[in-house]
Design a protein around this ligand. Structure first.
Ligand SMILES: N=c1c2ncn([C@@H]3O[C@H](COP(=O)(O)OP(=O)(O)OP(=O)(O)O)[C@@H](O)[C@H]3O)c2ncn1[C@@H]1O[C@H](COP(=O)(O)O)[C@@H](O)[C@H]1O
Length: 120
């Protein structure tokens, strides 16, 4: 994804066709809320949902794997450019697609949290 440009509105503001996200989610709960939304899209496969389209893609899991590759490259390029805003934007794309992959593989955001905590 090409990242934010000056004067951009919230890049994800039109990505909730079902309108079921809470805009007041505290930042520490964002990953859980996002993962819950992803799981809901996986179950309900609503029309017009990008997330749902990843779960029903003709390429199967390769669709999300390709996205993870693309977003990783874009994050690396942003880092090489010392573009912190772009790096943040591309990293958010990357984390989102990684969580979609977790849902596909029947993993949970808690599995990631536990793995990281075990390394303390
Ligand atoms: N966090 C995200 C999120 N991050 C990135 N994306 C999508 O990931 C895609 C990234 O693809 P690209 O970078 O390739 O950009 P592109 O627009 O497809 O352009 P091209 O490269 O294909 O030309 C875009 O379609 C983004 O909209 C996301 N789509 C959804 N979410 C979350 O998922 C929720 C549910 O959204 P739906 O998927 O619409 O149900 C949203 O409310 C958000 O919270």
């Amino acid at each position: 994804m090409s990242g934010p440009t000056e004067g951009d509105e919230d890049p994800q503001s039109d990505e909730d066709p079902q309108g079921d996200e809470d805009p007041d989610v505290p930042s520490e709960a964002v990953l859980d809320e996002l993962f819950a939304t992803i799981e809901s899209r996986q179950e309900e496969l609503p029309e017009g949902s990008y997330t749902a389209s990843l779960f029903s893609h003709e390429k199967g899991e390769n669709a999300v794997l390709e996205k993870i590759g693309e977003e990783t490259t874009e994050a690396i390029l942003a880092a090489k450019d010392d573009d912190r805003e772009e790096l943040t934007y591309e990293s958010a794309d990357l984390v989102y697609h990684l969580l979609v992959l977790f849902a596909m593989k029947d993993l949970d955001v808690d599995d990631l949290r536990e793995e990281l905590r075990d390394r303390f």
